[in-house]
Design a protein around this ligand. Sequence first.
Ligand code: DGJ
Length: 685
Amino acid sequence: MITYEEPGSWLLTTPSSAYVVRLGPDGAPRCAHWGPRLTPGQARALPAGREELPGEGGERFGVAGLQVRYGDAVRGVEWRHLGHDTDTDTDTGTAGGGDGDGEGAAAHLVIRMADRHYPLEIDLHYRVRSGSDAIDRWTTLRNTGDEPITIPRCDSAAWTVPQREDYRLTHVTGGWGAEFQVRRTALATAETVLTSRRGHSGHHANPWVMLDAGDATEDHGEVWSAALAWSGSWRITVERDHDGRAGWSGGFGHEGVTWRLGPGEALETPAFTGVYSAQGFGGISHRWHDHVRRHVLPAPRRVRPVVFNSWEATQFDISQAQQMELAELAAGIGVELFVMDDGWFGGRTGETAGLGDWWPNPERFPDGLTPLVEHVKRLGMQFGLWVEPESVNPDSELYRTRPEWVLRQPNRHSTEVRNQLLLDFSRDDVADWAYDRLDELVTGDDVAFLKWDMNRPVTEAGDEVWVPYIRNVYAVIDRLRAAHPHLMIEGCASGGGRADLGMIARTDQIWTSDNTDAAQRIAIQHGYGQMYPACTMGAWVTDSPNAITGGRTPLAFRFHVAMAGALGIGGDLRRWSPEDLEEARHLVARYKEIRPVVHGGRLDRLADWAVQYTLDADVVVLSWRPTTLVRATAPLRLKGLDPDGRYRDEDTGEIRHGALLMSHGLPRPWPFEGVSELKRFTRVG
Ligand code: DGJ
C-alpha cells in the first residue's frame, strides 16, 4: 500500500515493513524510515534522512549513485519536485518476460523530479505488492532538452538503514565451482564495493547485499537486504560513514562507462529490490523466496521436471546410440526430461570448434535430432538441448561467414576464453539471428527445455555495448518464451555465473554450479538459498568419485543433497550398477513425493548441514554429515511447527508432538561421514 501523507512525504506499507520517503529542505528525496510498520502519524513525525539517489555537488562527499554532466560541463543535480503518480496494476513481474503467472495487485509510485535548471527529469519508482515485503525501486532519467547529457553513472536506488552502534555485512563470494560462499563480516567505516566487471553477474560475487547491526541470528533480529535484477556488470557500494550511518547504492553499468543521453531519450535502470525482516536471516530468506516465487519467476507454478543432463556422463564424446542408451536408463529411474548438453551441433567435438553452428552434427546425427527426440518421447520424457547463443568459436561456419558480428575493438587484441569469442549481442541483427536459430530449433525438434549457457566474460566491448547486450539477451529469451509458452529455460554461465533476479525473471531454473560434489555442494546451496528459492536451484546427482573433485559420497547422500533443490541426474548411468539404478529409482520416486514441499514450502535452515521445508501440513527434513568434522551430536530442532500439533513420521508411523520436535528435536545417531537422512512428517492433529 502506498499513502501520500502530506506534501512531499510518502509511506509505503508491506505486510511487515514500512518505508517512508520525504523531500528534504533542499528538495532532494530522502529516506525517513525503512524498518517495521508505522502508522501514518508515526511516519509524519520522522525527519528526512539520507538521499534516495545521492549525486554530486553541494556538500555531498559520499557515494554518488547519480552522476550527470551537462553540455557546459556543469555536473550534478539540484532537485526540483514536479509531482507524483500512483497507480495500482496487476503484477507482471519485476523485469518483464512473465507469462502472466504472477500474483497480486501491485501499487506503483513515481516521484517525479527534475533539475532546477537543466533539462533533466528524474523519476524515482517504488513498487509494493499485496502480500509481499519486497519493495522494488528503480530510476528513469529523461533528457527533455536539445543537447546530449552525459551520464557517468545512474544507480537504480540507494538504500539507507537506520543508525545503529555497529553494522555487519553479509554477501557471497566464490569462483567457478565454488559459487555462493556466504561471508559475514564487520562493516568497515569506508566504502565497500561489491561488483562484477565481467559482463555477467559473476561467480565471484552475486548482486545482493544484507546489513544487520551485528546482532541478528538465523531466527531473530533486524536484517536489511537488497538484490539487483541485472545480469551484466553491476556495482553495489556499501557505505559506513564517520558519523556512523550506513546504507548502499547500487545499479547496473560497467565501471568507467558513460551513457550519452540524447535529446528526448530516456534511460531506465533495472529494479533494485529491498526486503526488511525482523526475523533474522531466516526471515529474510523466507521473504525473498516468497517474492521470487510469486512475483519474479515467469512460470512459478510449473512443476520442475526431474532432468537428466548428459554433460558429466559424456562431455563432448556424443553419439546418437549412446544418448539413446542414456535416455533408456534415465527413463528407467523416473527421469522426466532428457537434456543433451554440449557437443551435439556443428563441428563441436571439443572446446575448439563449432560454437555458433546450431544444427545437428551431421556425422553424429545423420538423420538430424528427430530419431533421438522421438526415442526420448517414446520413453515418456520430454527433450531438452544445451545452447550457448552468445558465443562463437573462431573455427566455425558462423565466424567464417559473419566475422563482423564478433565483439571486438579496433587496434585491440581479441581475448579468447575457452577458445571462444562473444557475439556482439548489443546488435539487433545478431539478437534476431539468435532468436531465429533458437526458434527454429525449438519448433523443428519439439524441444521442451533449453539450457542457455554463457562460458566466458565480456571483453573488448565499447561503452555502448554493456547494457544493450544484456537487454538483448533478455529480449531473445522473452521472445522465445512468448512464442513457446511451454518452453522451459535453464540459466547457466559455467555454473552459477549468471544467477540473479534478471535471469530468474525469465528462466525456470539456474544451473547452480559445475561443482557437483555433494559434500561441497552443501555450502554452495546454502549460499544460493539465502536469496533464491529451491525450485530454481538446479542440482544433479553425479558419479562417485566426483569428476571434478574426486570426492566420494554414497548414492543416497548425493540424492539427499540434490533433493534440496530441483533434482537432476548427471551421472554416467551406463556405469551405475543394477543396485545403484534400483536405489536411484526409489530415491527419484521419493523426491517426487516431497517436490511440492521443497519447491513450494518455506525453507528453514536448521544448521549448516540440515534444511527443513514446510508446506501446510507437510514437513520435510534433509540432513547431511559430509565429514566427521561436522559434529552432528546436538539434536536437530525443527522450526515453525505448531507446538500443539501432532506430526506423523511418514516412515515409521510414529506420532510426534510439534512442541517436542522444536524443543528436543530429532536425535543424531550418525557415527560416520557421508551419512544423510530424509525425514517426512505430516501434521495429523
Ligand atoms: C558449462 C556448464 O556449466 C556445464 O554444465 C556444461 O554445460 C558445459 N558448460 C558445456 O560446455
